[in-house]
Design a protein around this ligand. Structure first.
Ligand SMILES: [Zn+2]
Length: 216
């Protein structure tokens, strides 16, 4: 099960956490510097063009890194696992990504989230596509509803179980897990909004969706 997110690019249900490389802090600063210089240079000047070339070079570098990561990661997924399940992001509402934690909301998150999403969306789409090429017939798309709010241990769905960006503590059974790993467990189980029987002897089963406290 692969859960894709903004903070962690891909969390796998075996506990692995994979991050798509982006530009470093220093490189981001360089991008801003060249953009600033370009903005100050006269329109149509050679200086302005030279600054724009610098910006484009850095952007290309980032694209190369992302593609390289996607190739390596999709090969690894295809070789390591029989069935690979992704959330079907075509119908996923991604507006709540990258907002920081509840206690510590990020700064300028709207802009950052917009940028991160735009950049990462390309990587995600490509990762799904390339994995499909390398593992034909072994990739499945799972409805994404509730994957982040459902306890992968007892199936209880509650938004209060999601303590922060990183922490999942089930409000029903106390199951504690990295929030992204918990979501990837749900993806691996092939379920988002579709209830499945809980573990044998489990406290809650089958009708969990009906008891969901809040829709995401
Ligand atoms: Zn639970």
């Amino acid at each position: 099960g692969v859960d894709r997110g903004v903070v962690i690019t891909a969390a796998l249900s075996d506990g692995q956490v994979l991050n798509c490389p982006q530009l470093t802090v220093k490189e981001h600063a360089q991008v801003r510097k060249h953009q600033r210089r370009a903005a100050r240079a006269p329109k149509g000047s050679g200086r302005r063009r030279a600054e724009c070339v610098q910006v484009a070079r850095l952007r290309d570098k980032e694209t190369d890194r992302r593609r390289d990561w996607v190739e390596k990661t999709s090969t690894m997924l295809a070789r390591s696992f029989d069935t690979i399940r992704f959330e079907d992001l075509r119908i996923k509402n991604m507006t709540s990504s990258a907002r920081g934690t509840i206690a510590e909301p990020g700064r300028r998150t709207a802009q950052k989230a917009g940028l991160n999403r735009a950049i990462l969306a390309q990587g995600w789409g490509l990762l799904r596509t390339r994995t499909g090429h390398k593992a034909p017939g072994r990739v499945e798309d799972i409805p994404p509803a509730y994957t982040s709010l459902r306890c992968s241990d007892c199936q209880w769905i509650d938004k209060n179980s999601r303590k922060s960006q990183a922490e999942f503590v089930c409000s029903h059974c106390g199951f504690t897990c990295n929030a992204d790993t918990n979501a990837s467990n749900n993806v691996a189980a092939g379920q988002g909004g579709v209830p499945r029987p809980g573990p044998p002897g489990g406290l809650c089963r089958r009708d969990d969706t009906a008891r969901a406290v809040e829709r995401p």
